[in-house]
Every structure is written in structure tokens, then in C-alpha cells.
Design a binder for this molecule. Structure first.
Ligand code: PNS
Length: 159
């Protein structure tokens, strides 16, 4: 079974990585799909976000990283998948994700959205928090994959 894990990944965090590693164990192929959330202006370009994810996943041949534009439901159908997986950190995520799941179901009745509870160690973590910490000179160790940490800091502090 092919799962699609969509998100802004601006940038990818260890919370996202945890979902990826757990999701690959329950599907045959995982497609990490970088999309755009109309309500957010990304700090990293789509290409940069893909590059950071690929770098963090180096050596993992069971995960494909790509991007999509337009509707997620159309992308999922185009790649021959039926299942979208999303991480849920807290109740605050739930309302938005529930709405998305229903809208996507309405657009593509064959598509299912599965929710995986984010590892409790990362329940407080978000890409926005990582950006705010990095921009203000704080440490992002342990919040993002080690191999992309410096690139994130460099980009956000314009070094
Ligand atoms: O990491 P995010 O911000 O939760 O990711 C959101 C994303 C990109 C997965 C979501 O905004 C999305 O699916 N965008 C594509 C447009 C779409 O299909 N929207 C749902 C119907 S309104």
C-alpha cells in the first residue's frame, strides 16, 4: 500500500521524521509530499524544503520525496495512492485536520486519511517554533535532524 505524507515541512522537524519512520513500517511505499498551505508564507522554497528532507533521509530508499501543487486529493489520485497519513500533536491540531480530512473525502471519496499520534517527546514541536528559535539565535539541537541544522540556522539568520 502506498501512503502519502503531505505537509509544508518548512522546515522538516524531528516530529515529522518520527512520523516518517513509523509510517514506513506500516506501508509498502511512503511518498513525502511537500505542498503549500495557502495561509502560510514559507521561509524555505519548495526546492529547499525537498532538499532538506532528502538530506535528512539520506540512504533511505523506502521513502520518496516530492512536491505537489493544487489539491492534495488530485495528487494522491495521480500517484495511485488511496491513503494519506498525518501526524496529530494535540487537540489543537485536530479541528483543522478533521476539516481537511472531510474536505478531501468529499473531493475524493476513495481516499482515506489516517492519523498517527506524534511521539510525546515532540508534541510541543513545530516548524514555526524551530524558525522562531533559530532566527533569534537559540539552539535547535534535537529539534531537527542534525545534518540539516546548520543550513536552517544559516538561512534564517542570513549568515
Ligand atoms: O504542514 P501543513 O501546513 O499542515 O500542510 C498543509 C498541506 C500542504 C498538507 C495542506 O495545506 C494541503 O493539503 N494543501 C493543498 C490544498 C488542498 O488540497 N487543500 C485541502 C482542501 S481545501
Amino acid at each position: 500500500m502506498v501512503f502519502v505524507y503531505p505537509g509544508s515541512f518548512d522546515p522538516i522537524t524531528n516530529g515529522h521524521m518520527d512520523i516518517i519512520f513509523r509510517a514506513v513500517r506500516i506501508c509498502d511505499k511512503l511518498i513525502v509530499a511537500v505542498g503549500s498551505n495557502e495561509s502560510k508564507k514559507p521561509a524555505f522554497s519548495t526546492e529547499e524544503r525537498i532538499e532538506l528532507i532528502r538530506c535528512a533521509l539520506e540512504g533511505r530508499e523506502d521513502v520518496v520525496v516530492t512536491s505537489f501543487s493544487g489539491l492534495l486529493a488530485d495528487f494522491v489520485k495521480r500517484v495511485g495512492a488511496k491513503t494519506v497519513i498525518k501526524g496529530l500533536r494535540a487537540m489543537s491540531d485536530f479541528e483543522y485536520e478533521l476539516q481537511m480530512a472531510h474536505l478531501n473525502k468529499n473531493l475524493e471519496p476513495d481516499m482515506e486519511t489516517l492519523f498517527m499520534m506524534t511521539n510525546v517527546n515532540y508534541s510541543y514541536l513545530s516548524s514555526s517554533a524551530v524558525k522562531e528559535i533559530a532566527k533569534n539565535g537559540g539552539k535547535i539541537d534535537g529539534l531537527v535532524p542534525e545534518c540539516i541544522k546548520d543550513r536552517i540556522i544559516e538561512k534564517l539568520t542570513c549568515k
